[in-house]
Write a protein that binds this ligand. Structure first.
Ligand code: SME
Length: 157
């Protein structure tokens, strides 16, 4: 049984420090990818209250919407399109402080102002991306990148 998530206040660093072992605990002993992605998205949403957080999975050379928390979102994204498709094409984390200044940004929600996308890489190929969107400008920084990249490595893609 999953226990209630312990939500703490504090600096972003402290919040991730508290969340990380809890996510490890949620994933422990479960190898179903969809279940693990769903709980990871829920844990991040509960702790940080971002507008949207979830996963897109590479399927037949497209990103297809996976488990997420937040408003309904576009279901398919092509390689190189938007922030997610660019992160996939470049195989690196992208931090976008102002989505209106990102050429080709795909506005799934008109409330989104900033975004981070972290690719999951397996055998040198991107197999999925973690996407988080905020209603605040400049929400995401190197601390988010560091911890979200660590969280991605905990998932058994
Ligand atoms: N904004 C993303 C699309 C996904 S949604 O935000 C959930 C993009 O530009 O790739």
């Amino acid at each position: 049984m999953a226990e209630d998530l312990q939500i703490i206040r504090g600096s972003k660093e402290e919040q991730y420090q508290s969340l990380l072992p809890q996510i490890r605990g949620l994933l422990e002993g479960e190898n179903d990818l969809v279940a693990n992605l769903a709980n990871t998205a829920a844990a991040l949403k509960e702790q940080f209250g971002w507008l949207w957080v979830g996963f897109y999975l590479v399927k037949e050379n497209e990103l297809v919407l996976g488990p997420f928390q937040g408003p309904v979102a576009c279901t398919r994204i092509k390689k190189g399109r938007g922030v997610c498709g660019s992160s996939w094409a470049e195989a690196k984390t992208l931090i976008v402080p102002d989505v209106e200044k990102f050429p080709g940004h795909i506005a799934c929600s008109s409330s989104s102002r900033s975004e981070i996308v972290v690719p999951a890489i397996r055998h040198h190929e991107v197999v999925a991306v973690l996407d988080a969107d905020s209603i605040e400008l400049s929400q995401f920084d190197a601390t988010d990148q560091q911890y979200l990249e660590e969280i991605i490595t905990l998932l058994n893609f």
